[in-house]
Design a protein around this ligand. Structure first.
Ligand SMILES: *Cc1c(COP(=O)(O)O)cnc(C)c1O
Length: 450
């Protein structure tokens, strides 16, 4: 399995160089393993299969590319969206409203109204948002209409933090959801549900990378118990759906998919057996764990140099495609592969070197003090495990364009086939997005003071 993946992706580098997807005119490119994505989706379905109905959704922010959402939809996976843009992508991919969930801490009234009108499930983040839903539901009711979409409340079970503070969403003071352990909150939540028969879901999401599985499972357990409490108080099964979020961490240190969906589902079955007994519909929102290991960035080495004894390779992949790694390298280390100009793995002796990007700031590094075959101009570096939250979430520093994204798969004849997923951004697009059509805007009407 792992071996298949590794050879497929090496073959994709050779084919990508040969077909000029990567070259002087396109010095950085992103590649997605289509078979790998399908396989990950199947593993997710298998892990959670059981008497409880399950809607798996994909957190669109992890790979906001319409063909990827379409591919996942073909594998039975819907979308979790958190902005009008992400909702538009899900719609463009043909994902039905009934398989879409809207979570965001800052939904406007217009976004909420659109969700109710189109049937997209909403998880309210806070008390004020719940009040907005009250008004919209009342408006619809006055017009003789039902609420229109499944509605829920996001709970922060305040179970604690993982290893990356910025990625932990269920801490004591997190900005997300209604903090369950704050004084009076639990009773307020129960009363809020009893007063709103149309509120039928609870949602929690504990974090994204760096959160131990036990902590994620503990959040789910707390929210499950809360659902049971509300249903007892209501005297009926008012809460019929539990949305357990995403957050399964990814192994950035090797090729193994560890932890697996299966190991997390097994832990959940052990920690919260009632979750799987068929009384509740489950919703999941995995992002990184579905896509990270299915994509990588390939970039040309432009120059190599030494500086004060430090060996540096300057490549075309930097903070614009690997933003988190450049700005928070301790939390987001990446594995780097070294290939020659034809895309063959380099086997020369390893030397310690830094791998830098093209951006004009000193921290624009993808790897520090890595032992790699000595890189030379024209070589190719590969940044593994970057299928989620990397090239799909570009940062337009130095007006560097977004690279092209291609999907690849192995044909029946054993060759590698490519399909364009997102074209490279062109210079005229960079100009347009940088106000080129507004030339004169600041100088024309404002005569210099004398
Ligand atoms: C980001 C996010 C996810 C996905 O997290 P991953 O770590 O990519 O699985 C799911 N749900 C919510 C609410 C999120 O904000």
């Amino acid at each position: 399995m792992v071996l298949d993946t590794v050879t497929r992706r090496q073959d994709a580098i050779v084919a990508g160089v040969r077909e000029r997807l990567l070259g002087p005119h396109a010095p950085v490119v992103a590649l997605l393993d289509v078979e790998g994505i399908r396989e990950a989706a199947r593993q997710l379905h298998t892990a959670f299969a059981g008497p409880s109905p399950v809607l798996h959704t994909f957190a669109v922010k992890a790979a906001s590319l319409v063909p990827v959402l379409e591919l996942l939809a073909a594998e039975g996976i819907g979308c979790e969206v958190a902005s009008p843009g992400e909702l538009a992508l899900a719609r463009a991919a043909g994902v039905p409203a009934a398989r879409t969930v809207l979570d965001s801490p800052a939904k406007t009234v217009a976004e909420l109204r659109d969700a109710l009108e189109s049937g997209v499930a909403v998880n309210a983040d806070n008390r004020q948002e719940l009040a907005r839903l009250d008004a919209l539901v009342a408006e619809r009711s006055a017009a003789g209409q039902p609420p229109g979409a499944p509605l829920g409340l996001r709970i922060n079970p305040q179970v604690g933090t993982g290893s990356i503070g910025a990625m932990s969403t269920a801490t004591e003071t997190s900005k997300f959801g209604v903090a369950l352990r704050d004084e009076g909150a639990e009773q307020w939540i129960v009363d809020s549900f009893l007063a709103r028969p149309w509120l039928t879901r609870l949602h929690t999401h504990t974090g994204s990378q760096g959160v131990p599985l036990e902590l994620m499972a503990e959040s789910v357990r707390v929210v499950f118990e809360l659902a049971e409490q509300i249903n007892r108080a209501a005297g009926r099964q008012q809460i019929d759906t539990l949305d357990i979020g995403g957050g399964l961490p990814v192994n950035f240190t090797g090729d193994e998919t560890e932890p697996s969906f299966d190991s997390y589902a097994r832990l959940l079955r052990h920690t919260v057996p009632g979750l799987f007994d068929g009384r509740y519909t489950l919703v999941t929102e995995f992002g990184r764990s579905l896509l990270a290991k299915q994509g990588f960035i390939a970039a040309l080495v432009e120059y190599t140099k030494t500086s004060g004894g430090r060996r540096i390779a300057i490549t075309h992949a930097g903070a614009h495609v690997a933003t988190r790694t450049a700005f928070a390298p301790e939390s987001w280390p990446l594995r780097v592969g070294a290939f020659d100009a034809q895309g063959a793995p380099k086997s020369t002796p390893e030397v310690v070197q830094d791998v830098a990007g093209p951006c004009c700031f000193a921290g624009d590094l993808l790897a520090r003090e890595k032992a790699l075959p000595e890189l030379e101009p024209g070589d190719v570096v590969a940044l593994w495990d970057t299928g989620a939250y990397y090239f799909s979430t570009p940062f337009q520093y130095n007006s560097l364009p977004r690279p092209a994204v291609h999907g690849f798969w192995r044909d029946s004849d054993g060759g590698i086939r490519f399909a364009l997923v997102r074209p490279a951004q062109q210079l005229d697009e960079v100009l347009r997005d940088s106000g080129a059509a507004q030339v004169g805007a600041l100088t024309a009407g404002t005569a210099p003071a004398r």
